[in-house]
Design a protein around this ligand. Structure first.
Ligand SMILES: [Zn+2]
Length: 165
């Protein structure tokens, strides 16, 4: 028997420590939460993808009464990115979320954003991984009010991932 270890190393930045370009991407993800359609979860998620040509492609979560028909912000964004720019590498994705659930009514909007970074669900990791495997690493910026977690790739979020068969 052999024991193996899986380790993920990531960095946490203050907003002001990010490059201007990354701040723009994080701001875009935060802004996109406003377009979320989340009547069921009341959890508003935004995603912004920096394409290889510098453009930003956006997405937000879209829910449906038939719950499995809903789509997360990350997949809304990456499917849109691939549809608009087929074959173009996605360099970075920023993700942000807020909710008013469990908050006093007078809580300012900015403080409704998650304190700790939120992370993509397994299905979104799998979907993003496919583009990463095809076109190169996608850096991940996860917004939290206490800091922005930065991971080097989708694969670092999905160890022992399924790629091809
Ligand atoms: Zn997801």
């Amino acid at each position: 028997m052999e024991e193996r270890k899986i380790e993920t190393i990531y960095k946490v930045y203050g907003y002001d420590e990010l490059t201007a370009e990354d701040r723009e991407l994080v701001d875009a993800a935060k802004q996109m939460t406003q377009t979320s359609f989340a009547p069921y979860s009341k959890f508003h998620v935004g995603a912004a993808i920096r394409m290889d040509n510098g453009n930003i492609v956006l997405g937000s979560n879209q829910e449906n009464a038939a719950f499995p028909s809903s789509l997360c912000a990350e997949r809304t964004a990456c499917f849109q990115a691939s549809a608009l720019y087929p074959g173009m590498p996605m360099r970075k994705i920023a993700i942000a979320a807020w909710t008013r659930l469990h908050q006093p009514e007078e809580t300012p909007h900015e403080l409704c954003f998650q304190k700790k970074p939120i992370s993509p669900c397994g299905s979104c990791r799998q979907a993003l991984l496919e583009y990463e495997a095809a076109y190169g690493p996608i850096e991940v910026l996860l917004y939290g009010r206490e800091g922005i977690a930065v991971l080097p790739s989708i694969a670092s979020l999905l160890p022992l991932c399924f790629t091809t068969f």
